[in-house]
Structures are given as structure tokens and as C-alpha cells.
Design a protein around this ligand. Structure first.
Ligand code: NAD
Length: 330
């Protein structure tokens, strides 16, 4: 039987990526929804044949514990709500996938891990690129030192964001582009080197649009220093489109441009085209989690990885604020 997934928060990512991907999955299926909007509930019930008893709102959500159709709760809410719903889901006895960034504070991340551990449920983070062939190749190059020791990583991810969205509110987003898409640069830097950084330096960009960026940074440049001597130069923005990952190693280079989209990733190396296919990252990610639950295996994208990244992101803000190099310990 396929495991049942309930999506919590039916915004853009749930509607446009996760729900369609759940039609392709082999080991799990869309079984339930949690939404505060009546009209959305009706529309989704019809489109995905979801029975009434598998539709929840934010008030009666905890009753999901009595629903055997739901094995996995997938939290797709604004960042500052991830902790509450992950913890409530764990207490309801469900396995959890939580979107990135896992949380907006370290304390929240720790509490989420604890809640899942105490409930004996698995927790994973929606890090879809760990299931994407180009990114998997980059991890492999790091492991095998295919191009020799890695010297430098360049990772840029940014977009020109619409005004009036929760992503621009500190209370809901926890931060600006660094928390939202800069996290992909952090992730890429770590798996492209195969190392954990020892320190971070950072410089916040000048705000040229005070109206949009009243509460969060407009852009950020930051550098992660690794034990081998490798350095990652990262950049993110909410006012500029950028989407790139490049690794320079002793015996060659390889890059993805664009690097982080849901499809259309293109890769080349100093040897030529990578020639890899794009796949449904989300379908693979959710199927892998279901497989981990069924076969009692560890997920490759656990809560601990999410917490590690939250620590790096918050240290990056500290480095920007103080102008100092901030040491990192895990
Ligand atoms: P969105 O704004 O499209 O959707 C957010 C949903 O949360 C909406 O349905 C909204 O109604 C609901 N919501 C409930 N309470 C809310 C509140 N108090 N304020 C605002 N909205 C509230 O956002 P999204 O792009 O779907 O992002 C949701 C989460 O998914 C975020 O954590 C984001 O980082 C993550 N995400 C991940 C990826 C990925 O590639 N892994 C891509 C996009 C988004």
C-alpha cells in the first residue's frame, strides 16, 4: 500500500509542485489536506478525490492522529510556522516532512527534532536537490575527488520578488533571501565540498528599495571557509535574478546554470556537457522518504541537516551584523 501524505498549507509550492508530484510517486500518495480556506478545500477535494474525513483546518488539525489514512504530514507553511506544525504532527503520531528552512531559530529546530524522536517518528526536510541527478553528481565528485581537491565554490541564488508577500515579513519568514533561497547556496557549498564549514564571513548588500525591504535584507554576500582550505563564495538577492553553481578544483571545473530550478537544470564540466536528464525531484524526494519509513532506513535529508543549516544561516546574519568572522561548530 502507498503511504498517505497530508499537505499542510496549500500555497504555491503545494499546488504547483508537490500535489502534481504526488501523482507520479510510487510509494506514497496525496491522501489529505490541511487548509484554513474553505474554497481551497473544496477545489482540492474535487481535483484530487480527497474524502471529507481527510480534510482538516488549523484548529482541528490535531485530530489527524485518529486518521489511519495519513502516515506523513508535509509542512508547507511560512517558515515561522514550521516548528508548531511539525511538533503537532509528531505528537499526532505522524512522520513529518518539513519544508526549508526548517525553522527560524535553533531552539525551534532542536524542539522539532526532539518531538519527532520522542514520538518515534521520522523527520526530513524538503531538500529536493538531494534527489536531482546533477546535484548528486556534484556530491559524487566531492566524495571521489574526481577533479582533484576542491578549491572554490561559487553559488548564487536570487530573484526579483513581488511586494506584499509573507517572505518580506520578518515575523513569518525569519529573514530575507538568505533564509529562503540563500539556503540552496549553503546546501550546495557543503555537498559540493563534502565538508562542514569552520567559519563564515558576510556582507549585507545596500538596500535600494526601502519599501520592499523594510524588514529583511535585500541581498547578502557571504563566504564559507572549509577545513581543507576550500572557500565558498555565496550570493543571494530578492532584487536580482541569479541561479548558478560552479566548482573549481585542481584538475578542472564543473557548473550548473541554471542550478536550482525544479526542471531545466543544465550542467557542464571542463570535459564537456554533463548530459544528464531532469527528473521530478519532489516525486523522488517523497518516494525516498516513504521508502525510509517502510524499510526503517535513515533519510539522507534529516532534521539534523535542517538544523545544521539554520545554524549556518543565523551565523551568517551575525557575521554581517558584526563584520567579524563567526566560527561554526556542529
Ligand atoms: P505560499 O505563500 O505560496 O503558500 C503559503 C501557504 O501558507 C498559503 O496557502 C497560505 O494560505 C498558508 N498560510 C497559513 N497561515 C498563514 C499565515 N499566517 N500567513 C501567510 N500564509 C499562511 O508559499 P510557498 O511558496 O508555497 O512556501 C511555503 C513553504 O514552502 C516555505 O517554507 C518555503 O520556503 C517552502 N518552499 C520550498 C520550495 C522548495 O523548492 N523546496 C519551494 C517553494 C517553497
Amino acid at each position: 500500500k502507498k503511504l498517505g501524505v497530508a499537505l499542510v498549507g496549500l500555497g504555491k509550492y503545494s499546488a504547483e509542485e508537490l500535489a502534481p508530484a504526488l501523482k507520479e510517486t510510487q510509494r506514497c500518495r496525496l491522501a489529505g489536506i490541511v487548509t484554513g480556506t474553505r474554497e481551497k478545500a473544496d477545489k482540492w477535494k474535487q481535483r484530487y478525490s480527497i474524502p471529507d474525513q481527510n480534510v482538516y483546518n488549523y484548529e482541528n488539525f490535531d485530530e489527524i492522529k485518529n486518521n489511519p489514512d495519513i502516515d506523513i504530514v508535509y509542512v508547507v507553511l511560512p517558515n515561522s510556522m514550521h516548528a508548531e506544525y511539525t511538533i503537532r504532527a509528531a505528537k499526532a503520531g505522524k512522520h513529518v516532512i518539513c519544508e526549508k528552512p526548517m525553522a527560524v531559530t535553533v531552539k525551534e529546530g532542536e524542539e522539532m527534532i526532539k518531538a519527532c524522536r520522542e514520538a518515534n517518528r521520522m523527520l526530513s526536510i524538503g531538500y529536493r536537490l538531494h534527489f536531482e541527478p546533477h546535484h548528486l553528481s556534484f556530491m559524487e565528485f566531492a566524495k571521489k575527488k574526481t577533479y582533484g581537491p576542491i578549491k572554490k565554490v561559487i553559488a548564487d541564488d536570487g530573484m526579483d520578488i513581488d511586494p506584499n508577500v509573507w517572505r518580506l515579513e520578518k515575523r513569518l519568514a525569519g529573514g530575507g533571501p538568505l533564509m529562503d533561497v540563500g539556503i540552496y547556496c549553503v546546501q550546495a557549498a557543503l555537498y559540493s565540498t563534502g565538508e562542514l564549514p569552520v567559519s563564515v564571513t558576510a556582507q549585507e548588500g545596500k538596500k535600494t528599495d526601502m519599501e520592499r525591504f523594510k524588514e529583511v535584507e535585500q541581498s547578502m554576500d557571504w563566504q564559507l571557509q572549509f577545513p581543507s582550505g576550500a572557500v565558498a563564495h555565496c550570493r543571494t538577492s530578492y532584487a536580482e535574478d541569479m541561479n548558478k553553481l560552479r566548482v573549481e578544483a585542481q584538475k578542472g571545473w564543473y557548473e550548473l546554470d541554471p542550478a536550482y530550478p525544479y526542471s531545466g537544470i543544465k550542467g557542464k564540466t571542463s570535459q564537456g556537457d554533463m548530459g544528464l536528464k531532469n527528473v521530478s525531484q519532489q516525486a523522488r524526494q517523497m518516494d525516498d522518504f516513504a521508502d525510509c519509513i517502510i524499510n526503517k532506513k535513515k533519510t539522507r535529508v534529516p532534521g539534523e541537516m535542517g538544523l545544521r543549516d539554520v545554524k549556518i544561516l543565523l551565523a551568517t546574519y551575525e557575521a554581517a551584523r558584526t563584520g567579524k568572522k563567526v566560527p561554526l561548530k556542529f
